[in-house]
Design a protein around this ligand. Structure first.
Ligand code: PYC
Length: 310
């Protein structure tokens, strides 16, 4: 099985180029559901130790079903599929460019939550026009044991987010353990209180904000991902959810740039245009770099060929 690894603003992506499971026919959403229901061994073998680690996002490359799309992709982590993934889409574009499959210019990629537009500006710099993103609830408060009342917004950016404006813990790499514990306790409190996304969807990403460290950024964030890892990048879908909130609060005008910094100090330039229904159409610009091109070996005698799992 051939995989190509990249990182986008520090956050890793592993693209499965060939050798993935047969997902049969049907829409990309049906194929994604089949991947999650029937092929978790495959997903775990790609992203978990001993080949991977909990921060890696897997991306399964498939032939597009829409004639105007360059590629179709299903994203997954150490727990489940992801509807969309901003950093991995930037990584996918840089990887396809590295393989000589796409040239600078505009391309469309199919994802399970819709088609996203990609502008490959050079070998590493990519803008992604994400799916329409919106805020579902403003100012929801939950009681977090040991932390008191925490207030935030629930928004969709291709995944579900709970966004908390002023982190009580400084957003630095030294504090990753404390930030992870704090955001996990918020996520648990949301679950206990029955706070969900549309249709009862699990709010699986928690995003904290604080003042930036770099001179060009407007904000810094920390994002807890579903499997418990933190996003090294500013999180493309998290930035999309943030843009929906900034737009509704009248803080950022359409077309105006916002520089979002991650907990490691990497940045995305983000902006939005008004959406067609309830939200905004975000654009996320960042840089990705290919780090390896490898063939994975699955020895039947290897007891950990499908990853180390609880
Ligand atoms: O960039 O959208 C993103 C993302 C989601 C989880 C990790 N990265």
């Amino acid at each position: 099985m051939r995989v190509i690894d990249s990182h986008t603003a520090g956050e890793p992506t592993r693209l499965v180029v060939d050798g993935g499971p047969d997902l049969g026919s049907g829409s990309l959403t049906e194929k994604a559901a089949r991947l999650e229901a029937e092929h978790m061994d495959f997903c775990a073998s790609i992203v978990l130790e001993p080949r991977g680690h909990d921060a890696i996002i897997g991306a399964l490359l498939l032939p597009p079903s829409q004639p105007d799309c360059t590629a179709a992709v299903i994203y997954f982590n150490n727990l489940q599929n992801l509807g969309m993934c901003g950093h991995a889409t930037i990584g996918l574009a840089a990887t396809l460019a590295h393989m000589g499959r796409i040239a600078p210019g505009r391309h469309k990629f199919e994802t399970p939550v819709g088609i996203v537009d990609v502008d490959l500006q050079d070998a590493n710099t990519v803008s992604v026009v994400n799916v329409e993103s919106y805020r579902l609830h403003k100012g929801i408060s939950v009681d977090v044991p040991g932390q008191g009342k925490v207030t935030g917004d629930v928004a969709w950016g291709g995944n579900w987010f709970f966004l908390v404006k002023d982190s009580p813990i400084e957003l630095t790499l030294d504090n990753v353990s404390a930030l992870t514990a704090y955001t996990k306790s918020i996520r648990q409190a949301l679950e206990n209180a029955g706070v969900t996304g549309t249709g009862g969807a699990w709010i699986d990403h928690i995003e904290l904000f604080g003042p930036p460290k770099g001179p060009t950024a407007q904000s810094r964030n920390f994002v807890l991902c579903p499997g418990g890892a933190y996003d090294r990048s500013p999180c493309g879908t998290g930035c999309s959810a943030k843009l929906a909130c900034l737009a509704e609060d009248g803080v950022l005008a359409p077309g105006e740039d916002w520089i979002q910094e991650s907990v490691i100090g990497s940045t995305y330039r983000i902006s939005y245009q008004p959406g067609t229904s309830k939200g905004v159409i975000p654009t996320i610009t960042g840089q990705a770099f290919v780090t390896s091109d490898a063939h994975l070996i699955f020895n039947p005698a290897d007891p950990y060929r499908f990853g180390i799992r609880p």
